[in-house]
Design a protein around this ligand. Structure first.
Ligand SMILES: Cc1cc2nc3c(=O)[nH]c(=O)nc-3n(C[C@H](O)[C@H](O)[C@H](O)COP(=O)(O)O)c2cc1C
Length: 206
């Protein structure tokens, strides 16, 4: 079973990376394969709402979004990590996830997802909740931890001093690995994913 961890910070090895790395190492100890994807410092364009992905399954803007979409079926789980910017996730990560989920959300059903956030001081829970919205409307399964998945610091060195934050990441990883193993065992025992009805779209009253 494989988990993709996405670092949505422009810092390749900063606080968000520290939290993701702690999560990845514990996932590996629990027998999971992991891959880390860094969004780099390049601008990540936002969704143009052109709707082309509804038929093609790909984003017209290309880049890393299409690379992940092409490999989506390889991953059983995802961890999206972000620094907190003014009480929200980074713009880069939101742009990336807007396009990834608009194009590939229906293929996320039954996969396991979690968010981790890093901040100096405040805004972690708002950012955490914002990221969780992507999974909760795409039939994904969210493992919890012993606290909300946040780490505190302004540098990797400071984040490594947040012992409770690091422990929260390890607990998250163990819960995630356990759920993934349960899903796998369920599939082998002949328990399929829940049936999905044809989606009904109503714009308020119609
Ligand atoms: C534009 C910007 C906005 C920020 N806003 C917040 C904030 O609202 N709350 C906070 O605690 N830290 C804030 N920070 C600090 C970062 O969230 C914090 O340093 C984070 O851990 C950095 O993670 P990274 O090393 O992975 O980039 C902000 C930093 C930047 C650059």
């Amino acid at each position: 079973m494989k988990v993709l961890l996405v670092n949505g910070s422009p810092h390749q090895k900063g606080c968000t990376y520290t939290a993701l790395q702690e999560t990845a190492e514990e996932l590996q100890r629990q027998g999971m394969e992991t891959e880390l994807l860094w969004l780099t410092t390049k601008a990540v364009p936002g969704c143009m709402a052109c709707g082309a992905c509804w038929t093609s399954g790909q984003c017209v803007r290309g880049d890393l979004v299409n690379e992940v979409l092409a490999r989506l079926d390889e991953f059983d789980g995802f961890v999206f990590g972000s620094p907190v910017y003014y009480s929200g996730p980074s713009g880069q990560l939101c742009s990336f996830m807007d396009r990834l989920f608009y194009a590939g959300g229906s293929r996320m059903a039954g996969k396991v997802a979690a968010s981790v956030v890093s901040c100096r001081r405040g805004g972690a829970t708002e950012s955490f909740e914002r990221l969780n919205q992507y999974y909760l409307m795409n039939n994904m399964i969210l493992p919890g931890s012993q606290y909300w998945n946040q780490i505190h610091g302004n540098s990797a060195e400071e984040a490594r001093q947040d012992l409770e934050g690091l422990q929260t990441m390890r607990t998250l990883a163990r819960n995630m690995a356990w759920i993934l193993k349960c899903i796998e065992a369920g599939k082998k025992a002949g328990i399929p994913l829940p049936e999905q009805e044809q989606k009904t779209f109503t714009n308020f009253i119609r």
